[in-house]
Design a binder for this molecule. Structure first.
Ligand code: K1U
Ligand code: ZN
Length: 188
């Protein structure tokens, strides 16, 4: 497993990749694809984040990983690294599709590892029914809500070359990119 560099919107080369539409995975879930998903998960945990699309590490295949730390049966109150590891609940999505979206909307203050240190409110359908292949290559369908629904829609936007700041006004989007560029200059 390896931690990979996450592309960010402070430079034109990364932005051009982030705007690409990702391609469907052909031939099912292979060991090579599982290797990519392992790297993505390790990269996401290190960031830290709760989701990651393959395009964010420069691989334009329709692959997403997510961990909302909601492992059933784990102690939600316990503190420390061990307790956090026990709460881990990695999820893997290959060729995900949205099969149905609710009319009801839900607003959430979103962030993005490709737009570091920017958080802003985005409104999306509150519930979605999704279909995908899991880590084992099995077909899964489920209806999700709350942060799961927010995160999967945010990550599926990445597969279409869309960032959460594209849902904001031009002014807020331009301000967000300017902030990321300024922070990158200061860190250089
Ligand atoms: O860049 C990404 O796509 C990951 C992104 C996912 C996301 C967050 C919030 C709403 C929608 C989608 C992040 O993980 S940003 C970092 C973050 O939210 C977080 C980091 C550490 C702990 C908890 C949350
Ligand atoms: Zn993102």
């Amino acid at each position: 497993m390896a931690i990979r560099r996450i592309l960010t919107v402070d430079n034109a080369a990364d932005t051009a990749v982030l705007k690409q539409i990702s391609k469907p995975v052909e031939g099912g879930v292979t060991d090579e694809l599982r290797g990519l998903m392992d790297d993505m998960l390790e990269t996401m945990y290190a960031a830290p984040g709760i989701g990651l699309a393959a395009v964010q590490i420069g691989d334009v295949r329709r692959v997403i990983v997510m961990d909302l730390g909601d492992k059933p049966g784990a102690d939600e109150e316990a503190e420390g690294e061990e307790a956090e590891a026990a709460r881990r609940n990695p999820r893997y999505f290959v060729n995900p599709e949205i099969l149905w979206s609710s009319d009801e909307l839900f607003q959430y203050e979103e962030g993005c590892l490709s737009v570091p240190d920017v958080f802003d409110a985005v409104e999306r359908p509150a519930r979605v029914r999704i279909g995908y292949l899991n880590y084992a290559g099995e077909k899964v369908e489920e209806e999700v809500d709350g942060l799961y629904a927010v995160c999967i829609q945010h990550e599926m936007d990445h597969l279409e070359g869309v960032l959460f700041i594209d849902h904001l006004s031009r002014l807020r989007r331009d301000r967000a990119i300017a902030k990321v560029k300024k922070n990158a200059r200061l860190a250089a």
